[in-house]
Design a protein around this ligand. Structure first.
Ligand SMILES: O=C(O)c1ccc[n+]([C@@H]2O[C@H](COP(=O)([O-])O)[C@@H](O)[C@H]2O)c1
Ligand SMILES: Cc1cc2nc[nH]c2cc1C
Length: 378
């Protein structure tokens, strides 16, 4: 296996096509309702057109939810309202169709793919395609030990790259990225605080099932301790993911970067995907152009990370369950934006010329030639 050079991503990732974006804006100006009157759907349609390199923008027809799953040793500290090592149960429920993301995905007709990177359960419990990429059973307790060895971090990152390639190769045209990770909001808080240079208290939220004040204090202390371990390795993102991340985080970072290489737009869900995106931005500064922040999940670390990437969440509806749920709720808006950009009719030529004729009239002597409505040219 050749050694992984993260710097390569800087060159491999291009910006979405600026010329196409201007074409999309120009097309939008010709449509029957004024640009801006569709609010954020206007910029959303133009962003998607640029990402696809297509005007008119194509409909999003083959979206997919991709969830990376893992347990985190730090959950054993009582920083999560879920039992340490219980992410596998959530994965089983997602697969059985009983989680919120399963319900919405069914309703929207979107397939859900789950990738087990480090669940702390018997791998036999799941289909082979779910566990294929697992690098270990649970990631380490990051307040006192590394989450992963450097080799494991590299294997996990490569798995994420491979999954992005599989999705791009199979014709997926948009990914909603999410996580199933008990203890994940603590890990995400560490990465965001480390990369933004803020204290633990700034990024410590209440997690998946809201924790009480005592648990919040334990979470804050765990983030503070892990931050001490993160600081010496801040300049090396793979080492950072090995030290205070986890296998699911390393995989999502690889997934996000390779999706940008492949020009596959990705909708981010909550604080975990935002933290991975932030690590990805450190590796390749153009990459966030390919990502859309679906919603504000309320975790303070998410807001901090999105702000750093200049990504503005589309929705704010208080969805904190994770698992891609908030991200999936943004999909109908993306599809609406694409449909409006492609299908709203253009203004008829006449009404396009009328304002010009009026302007010309105002600045000219009365009796100037060309009555309104007269053909300006032939
Ligand atoms: O999306 C978020 O920002 C978010 C906020 C709180 C919780 N979650 C989900 O809840 C799980 C982790 O919660 P916790 O409290 O164990 O760190 C994980 O599956 C996340 O996707 C997600
Ligand atoms: C308008 C817009 C700008 C962006 N920049 C990076 N991701 C983005 C997503 C959208 C939708």
């Amino acid at each position: 296996m050749s050694s992984l050079n993260l710097d390569d991503f800087t060159d491999l990732i291009e910006r979405p096509d600026g010329g196409i974006r201007r074409d999309a804006e120009a097309r939008r100006e010709r449509q029957i309702v004024p640009p801006g009157s569709l609010g954020r759907l206007d910029e959303l349609g133009e962003w998607l057109a640029a990402a696809q390199s297509a005007v008119p923008v194509r409909p999003v027809e083959r979206p997919r939810v991709v969830l990376f799953a893992g347990d985190h040793g730090v959950a054993g500290l009582g920083v999560s309202a879920r039992a340490a090592g219980s992410a596998g149960e959530l994965v089983r429920e997602v697969l059985e169709g009983g989680r919120p993301v399963s319900v919405l995905a069914r309703r929207l007709g979107v397939p859900v793919r789950i990738v087990d990177m480090a669940l702390d359960c018997d791998p036999e419990a799941f289909p082979a395609d779910v566990v294929r990429h697992r690098v270990r059973r649970g990631s380490g307790r990051i307040d006192i030990e590394d989450a992963l060895t450097l080799d494991e971090a590299e294997a996990a990152f490569r798995a994420g790259v491979a999954v992005a390639d599989e999705e791009a190769d199979s014709g997926t045209d948009l990914v909603v990225l999410g996580d199933v990770s008990v203890g994940g909001t603590t890990v995400a808080g560490v990465l965001v605080a480390a990369l933004c240079g803020v204290d633990a208290s700034v990024v410590t939220g209440r997690g998946g099932l809201a924790i009480d004040d005592l648990a919040w204090m334990r979470k804050c202390a765990a983030i503070r301790d892990a931050l001490r371990r993160a600081r010496p390795v801040l300049g090396d993102q793979l080492q950072l993911l090995a030290t205070v991340g986890g296998a699911d985080f390393a995989a999502m970072t690889g997934f996000l970067l390779q999706s940008a290489v492949r020009k596959l737009p990705v909708v981010l869900d909550g604080v975990v995907t935002a933290a991975c995106a932030l690590v990805g931005q450190r590796i390749a500064f153009r990459a966030p152009d390919w990502w859309l922040a679906a919603h504000d999940s309320g975790e303070p670390g998410q807001a901090k990370a999105l702000d750093r990437m200049a990504l503005e969440p589309l929705l704010s509806h208080g969805v904190t369950v994770g698992e891609g749920t908030g991200g999936l709720l943004a999909l109908p808006l993306v599809q609406a934006a694409a449909a409006l950009a492609a299908e709203l009719p253009e203004k008829p030529k006449e009404s396009e010329e009328a304002p010009q004729a009026e302007e010309a009239q105002g600045s000219q002597e009365p009796g100037a030639p060309e009555a309104p409505g007269a053909p300006a040219e032939r």
